[in-house]
Write a protein that binds this ligand. Structure first.
Ligand SMILES: [Zn+2]
Length: 263
């Protein structure tokens, strides 16, 4: 052992310094927004999506608000099932999952599952929520993805919620003349969202270490009992995806996002 008074020798390059296959390709993204709003189409989207990142931020002191545009009332197998009953079940599941992740609040907009549109009324609802909660960052799906690189189609509601979230953040929420009655009648002045973090993207630009919270994500997902029939198989898949992300930054798990700086 080297005594504290002895200068440490400069390390000589060795074969061990050669770049191994597992060398991280990116630095971990360590920015933490204080106020975070997640906007998704269905109950369970946020838990399949950025739950581990949100949990990590909340554990470090951030405040998070989840917005589900629909209540998932078409997310079943039985055409004779009562959609309102299913919506109730799924809202209950999502609230339980959100409590595990650590969201301060969950808002359901009660739009119809399978028929979500990026229309002006939806954007107004989102702008009202953004101007009320005042998030630094909004997390939503990547609206540019129609067919994922892996070869599956992005659900129509996912596309609609993603575009609506982007349109609500920019320019509407920050434009004082967009939905002016919100400012005049409700005191909801324009608000600048500094960043968007887009998930389920084919073009991630940052990876966030979730090695301490991937278990929280799995626990949250297990609350969606009406949707997840084989939770153990799902857990294995989630951990594998998280590992693939983690390899980018040299951690056990990570979420990838396409970040947009709007500040
Ligand atoms: Zn969904």
């Amino acid at each position: 052992m080297t005594s504290p008074s002895e200068p440490l020798p400069d390390p000589l390059p060795t074969d061990a310094d050669a770049v191994p296959m597992t060398t991280p390709t990116h630095p971990a993204h360590d920015q933490r927004p204080e106020r975070v709003m997640v906007i998704v189409a269905h109950p369970d989207d946020a838990d399949f999506g950025p739950a581990a990142t949100v949990a990590a931020w909340v554990q470090a002191g951030s405040v998070a608000h989840l917005v589900c545009c629909t209540s998932g009332d078409a997310g079943g197998e039985d055409p004779r099932a009562d959609p309102l009953e299913l919506a109730r079940t799924r809202e209950t599941e999502q609230r339980a999952a959100a409590a595990i992740v650590g969201y301060e609040a969950v808002t359901f907009l009660h739009r119809p599952d399978g028929a979500l549109e990026n229309d002006l009324p939806l954007r107004e609802q989102l702008v009202r929520l953004i101007r009320t909660f005042k998030p630094d960052a909004v997390l939503a799906m990547d609206p540019t993805v129609l067919i994922h690189d892996e070869g599956y189609i992005q659900h129509t509601d996912h596309r609609a919620s993603a575009i609506a979230a982007c349109d609500a953040v920019y320019p509407a929420a920050r434009n004082p003349m967009a939905f002016p009655h919100l400012a005049i009648n409700e005191g909801l002045d324009a608000h600048v969202v500094k960043w968007m973090y887009l998930f389920w993207t084919d073009r991630p630009t940052v990876w966030i270490d979730t090695s301490k919270t991937v278990g929280v994500k799995i626990a949250a997902l297990r609350e969606h009992r009406s949707q997840i029939k084989k939770p153990d198989e799902l857990e294995a898949r989630i951990r594998e995806w998280a590992r693939e992300g983690g390899a980018k930054i040299g951690t056990d798990a990570a979420d990838g996002f396409r970040i947009i700086d709007l500040g």
